[in-house]
Design a protein around this ligand. Sequence first.
Ligand SMILES: NC(=O)c1ccc[n+]([C@@H]2O[C@H](COP(=O)([O-])OP(=O)(O)OC[C@H]3O[C@@H](n4cnc5c(N)ncnc54)[C@H](OP(=O)(O)O)[C@@H]3O)[C@@H](O)[C@H]2O)c1
Length: 286
Amino acid sequence: MNIGFIGTGLMGAPMIKNLLKSKHQISIFNRTISKARKLKRYGAYLSYKIDELVKDKEIIITMLTDDKAVNNIIRSKTFLKNVCKETTVIDMSSTKPSTALDNYKTLKKKGVYFLDAPVSGGTKGAESASLAIMVGGEKKIYKKNLKVLKMLGIPNYVGKPSSGQAAKLANQIIVGITIGAVSEAIIFSKKLGLKPINVLKALKGGWADSKILQTHGLRMIKEDFKARGKVASQLKDMENILNTAKMNKINLPLSMIIRNLYKKLSKKGYDNLDHSYLYKEIKNYF
Ligand SMILES: NC(=O)c1ccc[n+]([C@@H]2O[C@H](COP(=O)([O-])OP(=O)(O)OC[C@H]3O[C@@H](n4cnc5c(N)ncnc54)[C@H](OP(=O)(O)O)[C@@H]3O)[C@@H](O)[C@H]2O)c1
């Protein structure tokens, strides 16, 4: 099968490496070509232009920053002119559900299939092909592409087009608020004279335990804020959550607090640090 992959960032690069373990021919494209070159040694074919990448593919996967980046690619004249009928475009970036629905409709008019299939599990999940994949779209198209999705993680069909992105926003409500809760728990423990690493161990297996407690908690304790998931991405997700909630007349007071804290971090220039850096914003709150 000929598969095209657009976006070789923190998530895209390890996902491409997993696809390259199969017999499929994998072509890749990235806006900054130099960042994609390192994947050639794993067997990827590097396309220098978007039309070259798009042509003659059965599947095109996109893994891009945000709604604007996805639309820049999928809605571009070059993409729409060169994409073949019956190709499936799978957008694995995190966007608003409304963006996914618009892209589904635009591509359908050209006889091109679309799945929204955002992920959770971070760079670790991308490396180990264990990402939670939330899929929206036509069920028969989901089934048709299941084998390829399984090379990247654990796909689950959520429902009609845009449902994958809606599920991902629900996921990000939990991720954002939990990173905030873990930050407060570590700050609290330290102030009471406890060793936070001992608290993490003691909480293991209890109701408060989670991947975020053990992973992001450790990053906070070690003050290791090298980005695996960026502050900018988390802020984008929180904005998309609140935007979608507003459109549907839903109040999300906790998400609003977390969005405001991430906004402060972004204004201070910390966009490219890990989203666990929220810990510092809460620590220095007053
Ligand atoms: N990192 C995580 O833990 C994580 C977990 C789950 C989901 N996600 C989601 O996965 C997606 C990718 O995240 P990431 O962490 O891999 O981000 P990243 O490392 O910043 O990569 C973003 C990619 O998008 C490309 N891009 C950005 N703007 C573009 C534009 N206008 N036109 C074309 N390409 C553009 C970048 O190209 P350049 O190289 O040229 O900048 C890069 O390839 C995001 O939607 C994020 O929310 C991330």
